[in-house]
Every structure is written in C-alpha cells, then in structure tokens.
Design a binder for this molecule. Sequence first.
Ligand code: SAH
Ligand code: SF4
Ligand code: F3S
Length: 439
Amino acid sequence: MPKLKLITYGCQANDLDSERITGLLLREGYTFTDREEEADLILLNTCAIREKAEHKVYSRLGSFQALKRQRTGLKIGICGCVAQQEGQALLNRFPYLDFVVGPGQLTAIPPLLQAGVTRGLATARAAGYSYPVNAPVQRRSSIRAWVSIMEGCDRFCTFCVVPFTRGRERSRPSQDIIEEIRGLKRQGYREVTLLGQTVNSYGRKLTPPITFVELLRRIDQLVGDRMRIRFTSPHPSDVTHELATAIAELPSLCEQIHLPVQSGSDRILHRMKRGYDREEFLEKVALLRAKAPEIAITTDIIVGFPGETEEDFQTTLDLMQEVLFDGAFIFKYSPRSRTEAERMPDQLSEEVKGRWLEQALALLNRLSLERNRAYLGRTVEVLVNREDAKGDAIRHAGRTRQNKIVHFTGEGVEDGGVVAVAITEATPLYLQGELVCPQ
Ligand code: SAH
Ligand code: SF4
Ligand code: F3S
C-alpha cells in the first residue's frame, strides 16, 4: 500500500483540510507515515498569511529535492493557500513538484495521483461551498472536531491574503452542518468548533437566509449539554446583541470568544479597512461582558502596519490594557502580494516592528497572567484531552469552557471526560490544579 506523509501549516481551516485530504486518500488505499524517507507521496498543506509561513514551505520543499532523485515513483504535491496564491509559478520554480492544488479543489487530488498525470494544476476558485458532504473526513481527535460552516471572505482587509487564497464568502447549507454534527454526537465527540473566516457573518447569502445565531440555536437544541460548541473567528462588526445573549443562554455554547482587533488606533483600523473603530470594538467587548460576565476574550494584533506611528502603537497597548485580553496572537505586519497594504508607501523597518512586537508581548504576558490569576482558588469544569498536555506524561490536561488550558493531577481520569479541578497556580498560558474528588 502506498504511504503518505502530510505536512500541515496554517490555521484551523488548513487542519480541517488536512483531515479531509487524509479521508480522501485513505479511500484511495493510502496508509500514513511520519517519515518522509519511506513516503510514496509527500503533501505540503501550506499557509500564505505571512512571509515567514511561506518561506517555511519553500525551505521544506527544497529539502525534498534529493529524496525525489533517490526514490523513483515518489510524488510531491503542494496544497493550501500558497498553492492557490502562486499556482503555475510553483510548478515553474520547482521542477520536481508533481502537482499544485488550491484549498477549494481538494477532491482533485485523487485524480491527479492517477498514473500518467504529470505536473498537475487545480487552482480554480470554488464558486459554491466546495467540499462535498459525502466526501470522508478522517479526524485526528476523537474528542474535538472542526466543522466548517463557511469558506472564503468578502472583507478584503488591506493586509490580508485570505480573500485571494480562499475566495469569496460562501456559507454551507445549515442542514449539512446539522447532519455532520448529529453524526459527531453519535460518535461520542464532546466538542465542536465551527469554522469560518468571518464565522458570525454566516448565512446571509443562503436562500432563505439564516443568521449565525439561529444556526447556533439549532445546534444547541441538537447537542444540549452533551457537547461544547465554540466558533472561530468572528468579526467584531457582526457581534450582535443576539450573539452575546446566545453565549450567555445556550448551555452548549462556551463562554469564550476570539475577537481579532488588529489595532487600537482609529487611523490604522481605517487604513486596514477593518470596518469598525476603537469605540465600536470596546462597545462589543462591553456588550459581551455585560451578558456573559464569565466570558474569556482573546484577540489578534498586528504591529508595524504601514504608516503606524509610535503614537498609534501606544494606542494599541492602551487598548490591550483597557480590554484586559485573556490572550492574544501578536504579529509583525508582513507585506503580502496582491494586497492593498503591500502597495502603501510608508512601510516600516524590521527593527521597529521587532521592538514593538517585544513590547506588546511583554504587556500581554502581564495581562494574561493577571486574568488567569483570577481563577486561583476556584473550581472549574475541565474537558479532559491528552492533546493539551503537549507531551507532558505526568499530568493530565484539558480545557475549561473559557478555553483555558488546565494541567492537573489526580487518579482515574479519562480522556473525553468532564472533571472538576481546583486551580492552585496560574501562568500566562495555562492554569494548574488538582482533581476535586469525587468527580
Ligand atoms: N479571518 C480572521 C483572520 C484570519 S488570519 C479574522 O478576520 O479575524 C489570522 C490573523 O493573522 C489575523 O487576524 C491577523 O492578525 C494576522 N494577519 C493576517 N495577515 C497578516 C499580515 N499580512 N501580516 C501580519 N499578520 C497578518
Ligand atoms: Fe482576512 Fe480581514 Fe477576511 Fe479576516 S476578515 S480573513 S483578516 S480579509
Ligand atoms: Fe494561512 Fe490560508 Fe489559514 S493563508 S491562516 S492557511 S486561510
């Protein structure tokens, strides 16, 4: 049986795509290997969001050149966002590459592997929701599952490559989503994360239209307290009263939101074309906290956007302090081809971006430690999941409804179970505690 080595970069959308690719290739008779030396097919599922992510792909790809010479019959393919962005240019630049497949064309992979097909290209952008319901998904976890509810993005933030790689916004029919989640419940899954680039804009273009909150309510009715539901990433402009109420009321919906702000400066937000200003973002945060006081709020921040001044950057630090985020991903701005911001004249130096990144990370560390310390002495509900232990064999691990990672000790703990843990220590990135007996 042929063996596949699959290497995945990027966001949850790519993780899910890799599970889809695995499902498709299992059906074709492939087995899986961690070792590229014994692979018959090496696939890189790539990310184009920042220059660094793209460079990782090229250097990894370069390392396969010798292998390709040694192993007759070895095929190498590139999928994901770099595939979509670069297309034919990849085939031109890497003569040992066998095929290039965009994220909307995963089902083209099996036909491209047929004998006789060489130097294949499948990068047409999907017009509708692109992954067929009946195509298999081979999930890595038996506890947590990703469920895609929409693909693509219409927002065209000036820094972002995603609308170019994933195409326009397409929502998946709600019946298909419900059916998939019904199946996951039957299989004993305990958590579902609904995925979309602007996940809370779901359903507007469907006929008849349906709102994201309506979808959440239907899912909640189906899963009740049997499963935890999360979603990522929502756009601040589409955070509504109804959504805040749903987070507060629906038993399955977790008190957690990843709400990318990008910048605290109105001038920069405007140049980014984010569609909201600082005040509106703060209003959304206040609304969420008023309805669901237990909610944990995390964010994404970009430092060093073209034209950003020391003053703009300070405004971002102020906003971080004002909101008291539970966590954040902070990135140095990276110019991406075809985006508007790449063409802006006032690009900043690596030195400035690096300095600001360090400053923002230091503040984040203090803030998330402060937020996590609030859990000291409290008992929290943890969904046990070995994956969260990151290879630490001694302790158990899992997550709270707020998505905080908890490491803990105790006897008789099973993966996929929900346990009560008393929190005894807090770090910026996770909590530590002891199992409360009886469970
Ligand atoms: N759809 C999500 C974001 C997906 S990309 C949203 O709109 O919320 C994930 C994060 O990568 C973004 O939130 C942004 O902070 C960061 N990012 C995107 N493009 C970037 C770029 N050119 N340089 C640096 N960071 C970028
Ligand atoms: Fe990119 Fe903006 Fe769309 Fe998010 S909302 S995927 S940052 S264009
Ligand atoms: Fe990267 Fe594509 Fe996701 S660019 S962040 S893998 S949508």
